[in-house]
Each structure stands twice: as structure tokens, then as C-alpha cells.
Design a protein around this ligand. Structure first.
Ligand code: DGL
Length: 272
């Protein structure tokens, strides 16, 4: 973690292409109730998972700088696997505050969860084709065999609030076949939307497979980084702001169902 001067009074800034990063926001709010949080869901330009890496990098840069300049974020969390896969290292170098992604914390949790040494990662086409998880798992130095599978279509089900039922199960059977056939005993949900589908994914994979989601691990990494840099807030109740680049009424409505009561209203965010 680079030792960057930053404002300890500022919020934790987080962004995602849409609603999925709310799984990470939930974990951050639960673990660090004293922290202020500003979350931007880029629903106006979602999805990222099927867009070229350069385009996602550009969006990520815009959102991250907005969190720092417009909202005085003391630390930025890229709460989107696709954006973190292609933009983390660049943004960590260029931003004046610490930047964390969801890929490395997820990879660490995955290799801890396996007993048979066979692990799986599922994510968007952008995340899987970036190779970010291959690198992150290699960096853990764990002796594991990784099988990856892109799952196009999963995110769309979540965004339609359709997280169970025959249609999603049929798709899951097909897309999860490579990781199931590989005999993995730990599967990383390498997309922030997938925890909302964990019931279906768990049924298809079977009870012997542990599903790992990066939200909690990322929250622990944020807590550790703030403590290390002496930036943690304490003895107060944090405030939470949620912004969207798309329809804010829809963001507040679905977001509240996904995150909980802290998301009582959404504000408009626009690129400048
Ligand atoms: N938030 C994205 C991720 O975690 C998934 C949604 C999208 O494709 O934009 O990869």
C-alpha cells in the first residue's frame, strides 16, 4: 500500500458499473460503521463486462478522480471486478490516495478456502479475458490449479432482479460446466453481482463446493489499509451517500432491496 498523504476526514469512495458493488459496500458499512461512504454506480454506462478494456479504464479513471476531487475520498475502492481487472494498477499509480480493488482480496480468500487444490473463478468476459485472476492467484504462491469461466448473462439477470428460477438455473448449468467438471472445491464469485445468484450457483455446483465472494475480504483489506495509514474514523456513526449516472429512482429502488435501508435515496452523478 503506497504511503500517500490524504485527508483522514474524507469518506471511503467506492464505485462499480452499477448495483453489484453494493455487495462490497454492504461489507464495508458493516465492518466499519464509523466510516463515511460515497458510492457511485455507473448505471448510465453499465455494463462494463462486455466493453473493451480501454473504455472501462477510461470510465474507471473518471469515477475514481471524481471521488477524490468532488467528494474528498481518502481511499478509493474499485468495487467492480471488471474495472479492477483492467485499471487497478494504473489508478493506484496515478491517484493521490490509496486505491484498492476486489481481485487480490478475492484471490487470497479463494486459495485459503480450498482443500483439494482445485479452484475456480467465474466473472464477466472482460474480467476473465484480462487474466487478472490468473496473475493474482499466481502472486499468492499457493499450489493450486485454476479453472476460469466467463458467465455472460448472469449480470443481466441480477439487474432485472431475477435471481432464482428455471431460466437462470438452465444458464448456470451451462456456464458452470467447466468449473464443475474440473472438480473445484472452492469457487470465487469474481463479479460483484454474483453473490446475488449464490443460491442458484450453490445448487448447480453442489454442497461440497465453497462459494467465495470478495466483498468481505475487500472490506478487511480496506480496514487494514486505513489502520496502517492512520486514516480510520472512530467513535461516530458514518454517513452514506449513493450516486448513480443513470435513473436515480430505479437505483434507489433496486439498490435499497440489494443493500438495505442505508440506501434511502440516490443522487445524480454525471461525468464532467
Ligand atoms: N460490476 C461488474 C463486475 O464486477 C459486473 C457488471 C458489468 O458487467 O458491468 O465485473
Amino acid at each position: 500500500m503506497p504511503d500517500k498523504p490524504t485527508n483522514s476526514q474524507g469518506p471511503i469512495g467506492m464505485f462499480d458499473s452499477g448495483f453489484g458493488g453494493l455487495t462490497v459496500a454492504r461489507a464495508v458499512i458493516d465492518l466499519m460503521p464509523a466510516e463515511d461512504v460515497v458510492y457511485i454506480g455507473d448505471t448510465g454506462r453499465y455494463p462494463y463486462g462486455n466493453k473493451p478494456a480501454e473504455q472501462v479504464r477510461e470510465y474507471a479513471r473518471e469515477l475514481a478522480w471524481s471521488l477524490v476531487r468532488d467528494y474528498q475520498a481518502k481511499l478509493v475502492v474499485i468495487a467492480c471486478n471488471t474495472a479492477a481487472s483492467v485499471a487497478l494498477h494504473e489508478l493506484a499509480n496515478e491517484l493521490p490516495v490509496p486505491v484498492l480493488g476486489v481481485v487480490e482480496p478475492g484471490a487470497r480468500a479463494l486459495v485459503r478456502a480450498t482443500h483439494n487444490g482445485k479452484v475456480g473463478v467465474i466473472g464477466t468476459v472482460g474480467t476473465i479475458s484480462s487474466g487478472a485472476y490468473v496473475g493474482a492467484i499466481r502472486d499468492t504462491k499457493a499450489q493450486v490449479t485454476l479453472t476460469s469461466a466467463a458467465c455472460p448473462g448472469f449480470v443481466e439477470f441480477v439487474e432485472r432482479d431475477q435471481t432464482t428460477g428455471d431460466e437462470v438455473t438452465v444458464l448456470a448449468e451451462r456456464l458452470l460446466a467447466p468449473v464443475r467438471d474440473a472438480g473445484v472445491d472452492a469457487l470465487l464469485l469474481g463479479c460483484t453481482h454474483y453473490p446475488y445468484l449464490s443460491r442458484v450457483i450453490g445448487e448447480v455446483m453442489g454442497p461440497q463446493v465453497v462459494l467465495v465472494s470478495s466483498g468481505d475480504e475487500t472490506a478487511f483489506a480496506v480496514r487494514d489499509a486505513l489502520a496502517e495509514l492512520n486514516l480510520a474514523a472512530s467513535n461516530r456513526i458514518g454517513t452514506h451517500r449513493f450516486l448513480s449516472s443513470g435513473d436515480i429512482a430505479w437505483f434507489a429502488q433496486l439498490g435499497r432491496r440489494l443493500l438495505g435501508p442505508e440506501l434511502d435515496q440516490a443522487e445524480q452523478w454525471s461525468s464532467k
